[in-house]
Design a protein around this ligand. Structure first.
Ligand code: ADP
Ligand code: MG
Length: 271
């Protein structure tokens, strides 16, 4: 039997598939300041979404909320079909998630920050091995083998024993990417990962991200100021403004033919 043949009666699996990431009515406030404003966003498995927009529009908060680094005030975030912020209670109603539940759902998400955040007293190999050993309880030999593979994938096979202070910014950021991948996330978040780098070091980091996009079915959300990279890399671009997605579309639509005045103004200011 040809398993790929669509069943004419049942809906195809793709049509009922849950998104990998779902934000529904997500609101985040700091005092009087509303940073995420009833935000809705669905990201399909394997989709690459670039998030652009002015400073202070809530882009980092969106990613941090998905990493459970920020609590949200309203709404629901789902990862791979499971609510991150809530879980089913005894009576079947959703109740706020326990820390344990949050950790398990959150384990599907990895993040790379603008500042590389490597452990300064550990070499590259130890940085990548640390979480699989400490958090997942992976045997050291296995974690080491995996870390070596990942560091080779980001082009650092000859820097395993280098400490962060002995690495360039671009190299540190590539270690940070390998470290996030070591936890086998389904979703990777990148928050302005090249902003702290000299222009000549950006390329090596973007190349790694490009390769990740090609080689894996990873779902990726990337906040970036690099419009050229967003245009080439992303399946979809979301323009953020005041805690909402003001406009979104394919890179060609959003960059080539933005519909909203605010989007046009932003794009002409950054280009
Ligand atoms: P972006 O990444 O788009 O530049 P952020 O998500 O970092 O924006 O921030 C959105 C808004 O929230 C900004 O106005 C910022 O000053 C504010 N903000 C972020 N973190 C905090 C905090 N811990 N306390 C108060 N305000 C904050
Ligand atoms: Mg930010």
């Amino acid at each position: 039997m040809n398993l790929s043949m669509p069943n004419p009666v049942q809906p195809t699996e793709a049509s009922v598939e849950e998104p990998m990431v779902r934000f529904r009515g997500v609101t985040k406030r700091y005092g009087d300041l509303t940073v995420l404003d009833h935000l809705d966003l669905d990201v399909q498995a394997g989709e690459k979404v670039a998030i652009i927009g002015p400073s202070g529009s809530g882009k980092s908060t969106l990613l941090r909320a998905l990493m459970t680094l920020e609590d949200i005030d309203e709404g629901v975030i789902m990862v791979d079909g499971e609510p991150l912020t809530h879980m089913p209670g005894a009576d079947g109603q959703l109740v706020p998630a326990s820390a344990r539940h949050q950790r398990s759902v959150r384990g599907k998400v990895g993040m790379v920050f603008q500042s590389f955040n490597l452990f300064p007293h550990m070499n590259a190999l130890q940085n990548v091995m640390e979480a699989p050993v400490q958090v997942l309880g992976m045997p050291k030999a296995q974690a080491r083998e995996r870390a070596e593979e990942l560091l080779a994938m980001v082009g650092l096979e000859d820097k395993l024993d280098h400490y962060p202070s002995q690495l360039s910014g671009g190299q540190q950021q590539r270690v940070a990417i390998a470290r996030a991948l070591a936890m086998r996330p389904k979703v990777m978040l990148f928050d302005e990962v090249t902003s702290a780098l000299d222009p000549e070091l950006c390329g090596e980091v973007l190349n790694v991200i490009r390769r990740l996009g090609d080689a894996h079915s990873l779902t990726m959300l990337m906040v970036t100021h690099q419009m050229g990279f967003a245009r080439e890399f992303a399946d979809r671009v979301c323009f953020f403004n005041q805690g909402r997605i003001h406009e979104q579309g394919s890179p060609d639509e959003l960059f080539g033919n933005p519909q909203q005045e605010r989007t046009q103004a932003f794009l002409s200011a950054v280009n």
